[in-house]
Write a new protein. Structure first.
Length: 717
């Protein structure tokens, strides 16, 4: 039973800090005293919550609780989480509530700073997610889980620092001097530095093998000498090894590498080292590196800025690391350099319109010649029955034979993995599909399974049709396994390897395949999209693009842009030894403008054609796209709810809201999918969009069935 305090008015005026609790049933009033120095912490929990939560700070913990330290906070009946303190209040937000107490303080000093918190808030606001989502994605898992209550002490930091230094010594080896820049590279470097005098962002549009990395290195050195940190972003973990080895020889202990492939303990170690670093550092990492605790960021480099790997799709926050990095640099007053041989159309448009600076480097390193691209009309060859039972045109076969005779190497690109893309009954047309997703199953011959590339479901291949019981089953389409099998038949005894998600699921296996090829142990390398990233082999003289059409036919307004970028990356694998390479590009549409632009290495032709179409149909960069994805187990109910949702949005946004539609894959993991697309003017305020979406969502929550719908947003899709 709580104690009853009876106070005079004078006493109450001296001690006004009381909770008031009214028990209506017994008509009693209780006053609960609050200590005069009681404080309250507003914390971020690593959960997708709409707001922060407030906890009382026990007297004994008050000296330890500071803004941006981690604390253990009870949540629910039996759970507790590692939270980060966002603000500390002198008085409770609501005096009628009894607040739970913080259970433990885990740090003596903050684990993030105010600019990081500002960045988190921007990510949550712009990408329409919760700050708790950002916290969980930003901080290493070792700092988010609450298995340990041990508080980090200052004595532990130097030990972690020393460990990080045995490792960087091993990485760095002997430091070497910078390579001398060519005249073209010197001109480009001077151009970038001049741009940074007037604009915060510069696009370096350099052709493949022009030596963009050398320019990056000189800019990094200049930034470190000024006492600032550098963030060097790469699109994928797989391409970091060669870059870090190269940078390690130059920057030694000033280099750190960060990505999700490291263990939790190592990621925490790197986080703490950077948090307490006094000397300038350069960090090489993938998209998650934008969340690291930089003390004084001076330069951000986004290499291969066009790459779609910079986009985080699942889970939230669904952000684009390139755009986030530009905002991060702006918060620090730093400069951003975007580099690519085939820039994204958004970045190209921003550079052409004057928002970004633009520097071109059109000359390949050591004046090496671009590969000769030869087109093959496979439709015509199949009509003449020249390619009836083969994947390779006579021209590609001849070029491969001649290259192998010269002890040179061959790269073959096919965009899809597996052996056959479809297994179909010839009698009734039934196609094997995933039981959980609305997609066809791909036949993988090496494991003799039909596999769903969305959810991983697999089953033995059909012995007979489950619909008509017929046994005439046909395999249609081809992937990298088919290419590999035909190569083995054409060139028996010639060592060949396949590089795709089936053969290189781990970083170690990926590096082993590439190393064997670069050392000449493998003569033919067959691969899918992974092939275009990280391959730098001097002995490749022939590149074959087996089926260019499959890249252009994706149901996506970016399909042609991405097809051009990918083909140009594959083409750049050859002709690096000073001798002109040959690229055989097999297509059914050799007259297509995109194929013609690829053959001519004409990026600007492709860019202006695509920009013209996008302006006509209100696509980026002229408009912003936000896609609302709704998932539910019942398709008819989902259709009804998505129509209602779109109509509610149209009341505020009008024709900017497109009617709901089913995406190409309209069922994933037993849930049906509908999309609602918003096409917004670039000047349309982000805050207003968020407000409208939140209001609409609250309105829809009044419908009981809608509460079970899974909803998320893809911003700048």
């Amino acid at each position: 039973m709580p104690r009853l305090y009876v106070l005079t008015m004078r006493q109450f005026e001296k001690r006004p800090t009381f909770h008031l609790f009214l028990n209506n049933e017994k008509n009693h009033v209780y006053l609960f005293p609050i200590p005069e120095k009681m404080k309250y912490a507003e914390v971020i929990l690593p959960l997708p919550l709409a707001s922060t939560y407030v906890y009382s700070i026990p007297d004994e913990m008050e000296p330890l609780v500071r803004v941006h330290v981690r604390v253990t906070a009870p949540f629910g009946n039996k759970r507790s989480y590692t939270a980060i303190v966002k603000e500390i209040h002198e008085h409770p937000p609501d005096t009628s509530l009894a607040y739970k107490e913080i259970a433990a303080v885990l740090d003596e000093s903050p684990v993030i700073d105010s600019r990081q918190m500002q960045f988190w808030d921007w990510i949550a606001s712009y990408y329409l997610c919760k700050t708790g989502d950002v916290y969980k994605a930003a901080v290493p898992p070792g700092l988010v889980n609450n298995k340990t209550k041990k508080r980090v002490t200052k004595r532990e930091i130097p030990e972690s620092h020393e460990k990080a230094n045995s490792r960087n010594q091993q990485l760095a080896g002997a430091c070497t001097a910078l390579n001398a820049l060519t005249e073209a590279q010197q001109t480009a470097l001077a151009g970038v530095q001049a741009v940074f005098g007037t604009k915060p962002v510069c696009l370096l549009h350099g052709v493949s093998s022009c030596g963009k990395t050398e320019i990056y290195i000189h800019l990094i050195l200049n930034t470190l000498q000024q006492g600032s940190h550098v963030l060097y972003l790469l699109p994928e973990i797989a391409v970091t090894k060669r870059i870090t080895e190269r940078l390690g020889r130059i920057f030694g202990e000033s280099l750190m590498v960060y990505h999700s492939g490291f263990s939790d303990s190592k990621r925490v170690e790197i986080w703490n080292r950077l948090l307490h670093a006094k000397a300038p550092m350069v960090v090489v990492g993938v998209r998650s590196s934008v969340f690291l605790p930089f003390a004084n960021l001076g330069l951000v480099i986004v290499d291969e800025e066009h790459d779609d790997s910079y986009r985080q799709h699942d889970p939230a926050p669904r952000y684009h690391a390139r755009n986030a990095a530009i905002m991060l640099a702006q918060m620090y007053g730093a400069k951003t350099l975007l580099g690519s041989a085939t820039p994204s159309l958004e970045s190209f448009y921003n550079a052409k319109s004057g928002k970004y600076g633009l520097v071109k480097l059109p000359v390949r390193y050591e004046q090496t010649s671009e590969s000769l691209v030869r087109l093959v009309d496979v439709k015509e060859l199949r009509r003449k029955k020249i390619m009836k039972a083969t994947l390779f045109s006579p021209l590609l076969k001849t070029q491969m034979e001649e290259a192998l005779k010269r002890n040179e190497q061959v790269v073959l690109f096919q965009s899809r993995r597996g052996f056959a893309l479809v297994m179909e009954c010839k009698s009734c047309g039934h196609v094997a599909r995933c039981v959980d997703c609305e997609v066809t199953l791909t036949y993988h011959k090496h494991v003799n399974r039909l596999v769903c590339h969305y959810c991983g479901y697999s089953v033995l291949p059909l012995a007979y049709c489950p619909v008509c019981r017929g046994t005439d089953i046909k395999l249609m389409g081809f992937g990298t396994e088919t290419v590999e099998e035909e190569i083995e038949a054409l060139f028996p005894g010639i060592p060949a390897s396949r590089l795709d998600l089936d053969t290189a699921r781990t970083r170690k296996s990926y590096e082993r395949i590439l190393t064997d090829f670069e050392q000449g142990k493998t003569k033919i390398l067959i691969g899918a999209r992974m092939l275009a990233k990280g391959l730098d082999c001097k002995q490749v003289s022939v590149v074959g693009i087996v089926n260019a059409d499959s890249l252009m036919n994706a149901p996506d307004f970016r399909a042609h842009e991405r097809a051009f970028q990918l083909m140009m990356q594959v083409i750049s694998c050859g002709g690096r030894s000073g001798k002109q390479g040959v690229v055989v590009l097999q297509t059914s549409h050799p007259e297509h403008p995109l194929i013609q632009a690829v053959q001519a290495f004409d990026y600007e032709r492709m860019a202006f054609e695509q920009l013209s179409e996008r302006k006509m149909f209100r696509y980026p960069p002229y408009f912003r796209l936000i896609v609302l994805e709704l998932r539910y187990r019942d398709e008819s109910i989902l259709e009804e709810l998505s129509v209602h949702y779109a109509e509610t949005l149209q009341q505020e946004l009008g024709e900017r809201v497109l009617p709901p539609f089913a995406p190409p894959v309209n069922r994933v993991q037993m849930l049906y999918v509908r999309h609602i697309m918003l096409k917004l003017e670039t000047a349309f305020p982000v805050v207003q969009v968020r407000t409208i979406l939140e209001q609409t969502n609250r309105t829809m929550q009044s419908l009981p069935k809608f509460r079970q719908v899974i909803l998320h947003y893809e911003v700048d899709n």
